[in-house]
Design a protein around this ligand. Structure first.
Ligand code: HGY
Ligand code: MN
Ligand code: MN
Length: 415
């Protein structure tokens, strides 16, 4: 007798154990992980994910961007797969839930279907996308971007890290340069489970965030050049101090973010000062800026205002400015039917839930270009993420995976 959908249950203990097992790979002192994209730690976590997919009876394939797909057959295996997944790579001082929770929740859906001997109409795939964070190789979400046709394969593979190693070289080095084409195949729907990474769900005492969409993101790289000179002999008025100019630009970036409360965001995350010597006036500074807003027009305005400020500061201080926008991810609205599937699942399961816009970028942003897409959020402690102390509870992790299971089976059987 066919088990019915309502009896399908995820196993929160098994999901938690898998998360804690993964957390040992690249573990950092304060309880987080450092698993930079295509590092040895990323490879080790990938190898474990592949092993678990095979143990769950999946066929495993790897594409040219190193995206890994674990596939569970459906009754009608010709139908496009209902996919779920996220990323395994982390920030340098990342947490043990960002990304990996979505990959493990997707795997738990498959494990739960196996437990119940439940065969879905359409096949189910769990996926790990390469280089979501954009920390080692910019931009973020590179491989899901190539899969969705936002970036060419050449662009994706040629992304350099700060030592000049390319994403393609590192894929080959760790043995994940797959021979399957990246993208160009139909996806029935994509669902991504993720921690919220912000404070809203916890503050509102909600278990599930029904994600409506993702805010827009613009990334900039600035090179500011002045004149190296002696710290002791160079009179203050004769200096072309690149770092003094950049200090004003950084406070401008902050002002522009603050001028757009409550949704605007601005962050200067990376900076390299040359020659970085305490008694030489800095002749060159490289730094990055990350601007965000849910409204596309407002985000354009923020970018323009920031560029004008930087040009004026460079002019006033006799510095040379090279200002580049290197990435734009437009605001995204998710597919109404998929969002409803998440909402229905949360309601039917009696879980406290609310609509939410994602402040963070996710692979779902690019998947939404090629497939009906939605996300399931769960709270994280104090809304902290991209920090080793990032934390979520076993109960919430299980709840998010249960909603994911119901929403995916609904779509897989609607097919
Ligand atoms: O930057 C982001 O929003 C994501 O964590 N990559
Ligand atoms: Mn993430
Ligand atoms: Mn992240």
């Amino acid at each position: 007798m066919e088990p019915v959908v309502q009896n399908l249950k995820v196993n929160a203990d098994r999901l938690w154990d898998s998360l804690m097992e993964m957390a040992k790979i690249g573990a950092t002192p304060k309880g987080g992980v450092c698993r930079l994209a295509l590092s040895d730690e990323d490879k080790a976590a990938r190898d474990l994910f592949v092993r678990w997919c095979k143990e769950a009876g999946c066929t495993v394939s790897v594409d040219a961007m190193g995206n890994i797909f674990g596939r569970r057959k459906g009754k009608n295996d010709k139908l496009p797969p209902i996919m779920s997944g996220s990323h395994i790579d982390s920030q340098p001082t990342g947490g043990k839930f960002d990304g990996i929770y979505g990959v493990m929740a997707g795997l738990e859906v498959i494990r739960a279907l196996n437990d119940a001997g439940f065969e879905t109409e359409a096949p189910i795939e769990v996926v790990c996308w390469t280089n979501e964070e954009g920390s080692r190789f910019a931009p973020a979400m590179t491989a899901s971007g190539v899969f969705a046709g936002e970036f060419t394969l050449d662009y994706g593979l040629s992304r350099p890290d700060k030592d000049g190693k390319t994403l393609g070289e590192e894929l080959r080095r760790i043995g994940y340069a797959g021979d399957m084409a990246c993208g160009g195949r139909k996806v029935g729907a994509f669902f991504e489970a993720h921690i919220e990474q912000g404070p809203i769900l916890e503050a509102d005492k909600k278990t599930i965030g029904v994600v409506q969409g993702v805010q827009g993101i613009r990334w900039y790289e600035l090179n500011v050049t002045g004149m190296e000179a002696h710290a002791g002999t160079t009179p203050m008025r004769r200096r072309k101090d690149a770092l003094v100019g950049v200090a004003r630009m950084v406070s401008e970036a902050h002002r522009i973010g603050m001028a757009q409360l409550p949704f605007g965001r601005s962050t200067v995350g990376m900076m390299q000062v040359k020659p970085n010597s305490r008694n030489t006036i800095p002749g060159h500074v490289f730094f990055t800026v990350d601007l965000r807003h849910p409204d596309a027009e407002t985000l354009v305005g923020m970018g323009k205002a920031f560029q004008q400020s930087c040009e004026a500061i460079a002019q006033e201080t006799g510095l040379t400015l090279d200002f580049k926008e290197i990435w734009y991810s437009p605001p995204v609205k998710f597919d109404a039917a998929c969002v409803r599937a998440v909402e229905n699942a949360a309601s039917n399961l009696g879980m406290a839930h609310e609509p939410i816009i994602s402040g963070a970028g996710h692979d779902a942003v690019y998947l939404s270009r090629v497939a009906p897409t939605a996300m399931v959020f769960i709270p994280c402690e104090d809304g902290i993420s991209h920090n080793e102390i990032e934390a979520a509870t076993k109960t919430d992790c299980g709840a998010g995976a249960q909603v994911l299971l119901q929403a995916m089976v609904e779509r897989a059987n609607a097919a």
